[in-house]
Design a protein around this ligand. Sequence first.
Ligand code: NAD
Length: 490
Amino acid sequence: MNIENQNFLDSERWQGRAFFADWQATAAGVIDVTDPATGAVIASVGIGGAADMARAAVEARGAQKAWARTLPTDRARILSKAADLLGQNGAELIPWIMRESGSIYPKAAIEIEHGALFIRHAASLATAPMGKMIPTMDGRTNYAKRVPHGVVGVISPFNFPLVLSIRSIAAALAFGNSVVHKPDPRTPISGGIIIARIFEEAGLPRGVLQVVPGGAEAGEAMCTDPNIAMISFTGSARGGSKVAGLAGKHLKKVQLELGGKNSLIVLDDADLDIAASNSAWGAFLHQGQICMATGLILAHEKIADALTERLVAKASRLPAGDPSTNQVALGPIISDAQVATIQAIVDDAVSKGAGLLTGGTHDGRYYAATVLADVTPGMRAFDEEIFGPVACIATFKTEDEAIALTNGSDYGLAAGVISSNTARALRIADELDVGMVHVNDQTVNGGPFAPFGGPRKSGNGARIGGPADIEEFTTWKWISVKDAATPYPF
Ligand code: NAD
């Protein structure tokens, strides 16, 4: 896909730079951005170190109060304009997402579509009612209003870089917060530069958004920075735990959106062709590098063989290759280290008795769509998030067993239940200790209107999207008003 056409992105502005109040060099220098499919360098950006994050936080804090004072309609107008720009320039931006994160075209197109929707949702939040009248105990007037935290630090991952950055940034901005954003250094363009460009063109006041790509060190600096009031983190449980520790120590609000090991429960009355299609989509989309990926297919023992056969037939036909030059279903895995992790998890399962029915091999970064059968607790493939294209099938005898297997997971992000009996599926859905359940669908479902997130290693009780945004990105302020001051006993 062509990344030469740059009417909008205009790399002259940002090559080798980051977005402080405008495009400037970072103290920590420059990094190359590479295409994971080919290793080719596609751009360079400024990389942030601790000093750069501190500088960004000072700029953002300096701009926040004036931004919070703008009319809600003005904030909504700027957000709507940013959404328009993202949508209008999708054809130019999609190739960048494909090249940088190894996406197939439809996945990159979803990022543009959902990204614009998240911003439009945020625009609507800007003009939502923002308070409550509170009962009085002594005749005074009491009200409580939702106010911005101040500066929100956003830290995002590589896998859906555009959407997962925008969903935090847009919601934070809508309520009058300013933002310091640190995209993953492997995907700084889709996760950062594009977002800075659309808000720059949409007329966001100078300083309100800072975009500085960086690694763990830069992220940790944000968590301890006195000018940053809240951290909105999307990433691994390991990273989230570190962020929570640092931010907690510095008494910041922390929103953690972490990993998943998501069950798709297929009951014995399911349509097996549909269930196999759902399983393949949930397990293999974006090479399984999705927090909501179907990490376990829990198949009723009566239909497990027939489902497995259908899934293997699908998986063995899914081509892997460079999405920018070929019609493929699977692109590259983000790094060689991640390929090695996937292989180690598959090898562990096979060594402990799982059946490797297709795949289990890779050609460089292209990992074949893989199906493992008879996956059981104690295998890494059962217990851990893989972040690779590996469908893991386990069987159950009773609905209670399927529920127990799901609820026994360290993670609690999403689940799906497929059955021709919706009431039966709903009864199971009600028993699952996860944040999101999809009846008659696989586990990969997201969007701007629903509260997204889950318990245990999937997060810290926070949610993002829909009604959760006001809870997360604002806090209460109580104002009480007496007509005149009155005396006290002292
Ligand atoms: P990661 O935790 O290594 O990195 C995510 C981001 O955090 C990156 O920007 C990284 O630079 C930063 N980071 C890493 N260590 C940090 C630290 N100590 N302090 C501050 N920042 C730090 O995650 P990853 O492996 O790159 O991404 C995949 C993970 O993200 C998976 O576990 C996946 O399930 C999860 N994820 C969750 C969601 C969700 O919404 N729940 C969405 C997408 C991905």
